[in-house]
Design a protein around this ligand. Structure first.
Ligand code: SF4
Length: 268
């Protein structure tokens, strides 16, 4: 069942890929650029080869494109246009095919709520999730303002199995979605500086995920244990569950690792 390396979900599903936020530490951009390209693009200009449509900075694909591997094998191109925002419309029915319930991270290779993403794409993804209600869907954004805008337009679903989260990495990431819906969470990853959070800092968020930066980027930040303790203390005040990613293990130690899920009320 578990086919994602991300510890807090079972699977990731990417009907939309690509992102324009340009975070320095972005792993998704590296992966997308590593596996970018498609045969159609080699033989024709991008605009002529699309089997969907291209509008400004975003692309829609109705059917998958093909890519040739280094070994000459022809496979489905996962990121035909690298990290350029792309709707893979043909992936929208994937959750319906997975009969066993999963916890799914929606669009781990994009920011589905980036300002550049058309409302129609977001609505198409929500509709696809509603058609496969056996799963739990986790949506995560660096642009929680868009969640508020969608809520104001009555376009943000209230489904029990939809969880909306925002990423916080520095003290500048201040807009939390905590009071928008019952099921909200905050992903503090990578933790880049002390957040100095206190009572009520996390609003009504029910789950706090914490992770350190991974990889070997020059200037990589290793968080201090007291930064993490401070976040846990603030989470405990409002009874939010805490999930520490493996990257925190060397910092907090095995006995202090917390792996809580708000829907299970279980600590492992
Ligand atoms: S928001 Fe996420 S996907 Fe977008 S650039 Fe930043 S790390 Fe990458």
């Amino acid at each position: 069942m578990k086919n994602s390396k991300i510890e807090w979900c079972d699977s990731s599903w990417n009907p939309i890929t690509g992102c324009l936020h340009d975070c320095e530490y972005c792993y998704a951009r590296k992966i997308a650029n590593r596996f970018k390209g498609c045969i159609e693009d080699e033989s024709a200009p991008i605009t002529a080869s699309l089997n969907g449509m291209q509008t400004g900075a975003v692309i829609e694909l109705d059917a998958p494109m093909k890519r040739k591997t280094e070994g000459g094998e022809i496979i489905t191109a996962p990121y035909p246009f690298g990290f350029q925002p792309t709707l893979h419309r043909y992936r929208l029915d994937d959750p319906k095919k997975w009969t066993k319930p999963r916890t799914i991270f929606v669009c781990s290779m994009a920011d589905i709520f980036g300002d550049w993403v058309p409302d129609e794409w977001i609505e198409a993804v929500f509709a696809a999730c509603e058609k496969a209600s056996q799963h739990r869907y986790l949506f995560l954004t660096k642009n929680p303002k868009r969640l508020c805008e969608l809520a104001n337009k009555k376009k943000l679903p209230k489904n029990e199995n939809f969880w909306f989260g925002s990423t916080v990495d520095t003290t500048k990431s201040r807009l939390y979605p905590g009071r928008l819906r019952d099921n909200t969470f905050i992903s503090i990853e990578p933790l880049l500086e002390p957040l100095n959070v206190g009572i009520g800092s996390f609003g009504g968020a029910r789950w706090i995920i914490i992770g350190a930066e991974t990889g070997n980027r020059e200037g990589k930040v290793i968080p201090k244990k007291e930064w993490i303790d401070n976040i846990c203390e603030a989470a405990d005040i409002t009874h939010a569950a805490v999930f520490m990613k493996d990257s925190l293990l060397p910092i907090v130690g095995e006995s202090n690792m917390r792996r809580e899920f708000p829907w299970e009320n279980i600590t492992t």
